[in-house]
Design a protein around this ligand. Sequence first.
Ligand SMILES: NC(=O)c1ccc[n+]([C@@H]2O[C@H](COP(=O)([O-])OP(=O)(O)OC[C@H]3O[C@@H](n4cnc5c(N)ncnc54)[C@H](O)[C@@H]3O)[C@@H](O)[C@H]2O)c1
Length: 531
Amino acid sequence: MIAPTAAGSRPVALVGLPGTGKTTLGRRLAGRLGWQLCDTDAEIERGTGRSPAQIIDLDGEDAFRRIELATLTELLERPRAVIIACGGGLFGEPAARRRLLEAAWVVALDAPDSTLLERLGSASDRPLLRGDVSGRLAELRRRRQRAYAEAHLRIDTGRTSPEEAEAAIRPLAGSIPVPTAGSAYPVIVGDDAAGNLETHLPADCRRVAVVTDRSVEPAARRLAARIAASGREARVVSLAGGETAKSWASAGRLIERLASLELGRRDALVAVGGGSVGDLTGFAAATYCRGIAWLGVPTTLLSMVDSSIGGKTGVNLRAAKNLAGAFWQPRAVLADPALLRGLPSRELASGLGEIAKYAMIADTDLPALLDEGVESAGAGDVETLTPIIERCAAIKAEVVGRDPRESGLRAVLNYGHTVAHAIEAATGYGTVTHGEAVAAGMRVAGRLSTELVGLSAADREWQDRLLDRLGLHPLPPVEAAAVLRRLAHDKKAVGGEVRWVLLARRGEPVLDQSVPADLVRETLEEVLQTR
Ligand SMILES: NC(=O)c1ccc[n+]([C@@H]2O[C@H](COP(=O)([O-])OP(=O)(O)OC[C@H]3O[C@@H](n4cnc5c(N)ncnc54)[C@H](O)[C@@H]3O)[C@@H](O)[C@H]2O)c1
């Protein structure tokens, strides 16, 4: 059963040197979000009856760190949403850092030393800064710098007002986590989701190439200006979008361009576009300098709900689609549904085909949202689309988090796709959209599911009615025999036999099913109406 984690379910932890504003900002955020603010030092004092300074003075720093780790563990397990203002050195401790990166969104606050010294005054109540405050601060910065670089988000509280800092952190608090080994990255869905994209860049990133689909270049230029205002060099690399962007030759050209822009190992790419530009840019990020950071800013419905999440990057070869590629996760996916306003209606409908798939494979309130709003979603209404995109992104995040390298569960995302890929190939790539092909594939998989694994007629009819309501372009005439020939070449076939994803009921997929060839042919003929 796929039941995705709700957005906004991870604590937010604020880390940083003394004086960076953890408590002040924590208070503002907690008030604004209605979350509980917990300061680890205050929690320790409440629990032990002694201040951190007293514990360090009497029992030493090691004893204090043990108490601190136990306190943190308890805070991370609280059922209520919390903002954790972390005591100074906590994130520098490997065990605490591991726990925080795994279970919370970590925001590193920073400010120039001069600002910190001004805020700290004599700092007599801070045991780690006693004596030569400025020298001790420089020493702490040197010691903790590498740990802070691992945070999910970075904010310079010397440059930003508390309101701006709070506005940059709030979307992270409400984001969808995509788990990765030992950490996670956020998918932020909403108005101006990419508005603070510079806060997601790596700590030492100096240069950024914003790779954009020409049809959304103005949005990419706005983002590049934002990056430049944060003191980094930002260059826009503009491409004609669509499937032709995803070739081996254009990957080569893009990678050469990155070299000519002198991007280094710590620099980053931003992909602004649909799945084509996203797959290409992610692939360039995976290979340039043996892997650099990248952020995804999806601009088609399909890329918001599907291709931008999960780290599958790649390009097409002459022999087949997506034949060269790499798993390379982005640092963040920032999806602003307002960017869909200029998207051609056929592309929008294509994304809805994937959305219908999510409604069938997972147990969420997506079916209810679609029952109510599929027509306005199809008309591109941003308000209707936003929660729908959020639900789909959460399902995708859950699946890829549980199966990052596509070795099992991730196959559920292929419901309807076995036939869809064969239809796309049989009609000539680009003739039908992916969503149109997926819709036909789902009709076939639905019928097979009823026949073989007990999908109820009611569930299947709900699916087919939804597909009727999506406003998808009808398929051109295509012979079942041609689709069958392509099915035999399915690259996911095992030992020459196609393995199907079917549904026992809505929200309950069954993987790895084999289906008798005669039944496949009959069902295809029925759906394609070629009999
Ligand atoms: N990596 C994955 O996990 C994954 C998953 C599914 C699909 N994909 C890949 O995604 C690709 C398809 O992606 P797509 O459907 O997003 O199509 P796309 O990126 O090819 O874009 C479709 C068209 O819309 C235009 N466009 C993009 N954004 C626009 C906007 N906001 N306004 C106006 N026009 C806009 C593009 O120029 C293009 O002409 C395929 O190559 C597929 O293989 C990858």
